[in-house]
Ligand binder design. Structure first.
Ligand code: SF4
Length: 86
């Protein structure tokens, strides 16, 4: 990892999720029984704002970040936006 990239993720040193590696933070589908637990941990996290900014800047799709599931199911489909064709 480049020095610039290391600086960009230095906020992760204070991530509350780092002490709860038993939870599925980076799972492809974070919608599990643990979602409420992970959301509660995020609400207490010192770097919640930095985490949200990181997810948006990197276009992360998947896992549970900054208090919510970032799985592809949350991305609206054309049918969601424009209704069913036909
Ligand atoms: S906001 Fe949540 S996912 Fe982001 S670093 Fe904090 S605990 Fe981890």
């Amino acid at each position: 990892m480049s020095p610039q990239r290391l600086d960009a993720v230095a906020w992760m040193d204070d991530a509350a999720c780092a002490s709860r590696t038993d939870l599925p933070w980076l799972g492809d589908d974070a919608r599990t029984h643990a979602t409420k637990t992970m959301a509660a941990i995020c609400r207490t996290c010192l770097v919640l704002d930095q985490c949200e900014a990181f997810v948006r800047a990197d276009g992360i799709v998947g896992g549970f970040w900054a208090g919510r599931d970032r799985g592809p199911a949350l991305i609206p489909t054309q049918a969601d936006l424009f209704g069913q064709a036909g």
